[in-house]
Design a protein. Structure first.
Length: 126
């Protein structure tokens, strides 16, 4: 179950959902931030599929928090980078404490979901 292909497939699916969430008006903005954190979690799992869960959680949270706090930096080159599609989706536009909450909630949710499904499929195979 813990294969890079599995996590990469989930990673791509979450990117698709995240882009769709930004293209509709009825989905709250925090859902995109929630999905961004889930995407970062799966990205960490792609690179470290067999790492202990608390390392993945910590790495994911630190990555999300650093990107969010980086939005406080308003250097000219960074502002220009944020005007690109990559910059807008990856780096974001402005710091919000609500984003920190959405990231935390997203990573905790995906971890719990992964643990539940992993335990379920582990018991099924016995």
């Amino acid at each position: 179950m813990k294969s890079r292909i599995y996590y990469f497939s989930l990673f791509l699916f979450i990117i698709f959902l995240g882009i769709c969430s930004r293209k509709t008006t009825f989905v709250p903005l925090w859902i995109g931030d929630f999905l961004y954190a889930v995407m970062i979690y799966f990205l960490a799992r792609i690179f470290f599929p067999f790492q202990k869960y608390y390392i993945i959680i910590l790495l994911s949270l630190i990555t999300c928090y650093c990107i969010e706090f980086l939005q406080l930096y308003q250097g000219e080159w960074m502002i220009e980078l944020r005007k690109t599609l990559f910059g807008r989706y990856v780096l974001g536009q402005g710091f919000l404490w609500e984003d920190i909450l959405a990231y935390t909630f997203g990573i905790i949710t995906v971890f719990v979901f992964e643990k539940i499904t992993f335990n379920y499929f582990s018991q099924k195979s016995v």
